[in-house]
Design a binder for this molecule. Structure first.
Ligand SMILES: NS(=O)(=O)c1ncc[nH]1
Ligand SMILES: [Zn+2]
Length: 245
């Protein structure tokens, strides 16, 4: 049966066929990067270019919600080549763990499609941004939250035109980068993780909106969408490089 985040079908049950390198812990930036992160002068600035006209819709897929994009975006240099934004989504904690993470999922356009790229070691690049719960409301993020009534339950979606994902990025794009895997099944080991040092803010009320979404489908017993994240996994000796000193 389908994977999820419950005791029955959650991360402990995600049996992976291949020996997977684990993705590096994505916990609050203060702890995400082990002290052994090393500055790499060869890393160039993260250059994210998206076009608002390419945002098309927003979907509750039963694990998170994702905004699907038509065309490209990312050009950056921990990883040479042009990566195209495919979708972005979030992960967040439950009441006692008020944090959120934004993942902008890109695929390497040297491959014909996301599906092809997803199985290649240089196929995917996910930009991770941490959201910190502060007093300030995030007006850009609110545009995403305003669709939540229409995507409350699994399988619902609505149009979401004209949103520019760069408006969700922090001002400073210093980042850490390391090789890892998708954090959801099939946990493919094809992700170059690019995690921004700087966070963006979200208000407590906005945080509550995320938790009003449901894993469950309409007509099913309501199950709030919280803790939809994979617990941190060990670095397993992989180097984490920093684009900043
Ligand atoms: N959470 S993640 O960014 O690793 C991901 N994207 C697509 C599937 N899983
Ligand atoms: Zn994710």
């Amino acid at each position: 049966h389908a994977w999820g985040y419950s005791a029955e079908n959650g991360p402990e049950k995600w049996v992976t066929k291949l020996p997977h390198r684990r993705w590096v812990p994505a916990s609050p930036p203060s702890t995400i990067v082990p002290a052994d992160a090393s500055y790499d002068a060869g890393l160039k600035p993260l250059c994210l270019k998206y076009d608002a006209k390419d945002c098309i819709d927003i979907l509750n897929n039963g694990h998170s919600f994702q905004v699907t994009i038509l065309t490209e975006g990312l050009q950056t240099d921990p990883i040479s080549g042009v990566y195209r934004l495919k979708q972005f989504h979030f992960h967040w904690g439950g009441a006692e763990r008020s944090w959120l993470r934004l993942h902008l999922v890109h695929w390497n356009t040297k491959y014909p499609s996301f599906g092809e790229a997803a199985s290649k070691s240089d196929g995917l690049a996910v930009v991770g941004v941490f959201l910190k719960v502060n007093r300030a409301e995030n007006a850009q993020l609110q545009k995403v939250l305003d669709t939540f009534d229409a995507i409350k339950t699994k399988g619902t979606q609505t149009t979401f035109p004209g949103f520019d994902p760069t408006t969700l990025l922090p001002g400073c794009l210093d980042y850490w980068t390391y090789d890892g895997s998708l954090t959801t099944p099939p946990l493919l080991e094809s992700v170059t993780w690019i995690v921004c040092k700087e966070t963006i803010s979200v208000s407590p009320a906005q945080m509550a909106s995320f938790r009003a979404l449901q894993f469950s489908g309409a007509g099913e017993a309501a199950c709030c969408m919280v803790d939809n994240y994979r617990p941190p996994q060990p670095l397993k000796g992989r180097a984490v490089k920093a684009s900043f000193q």
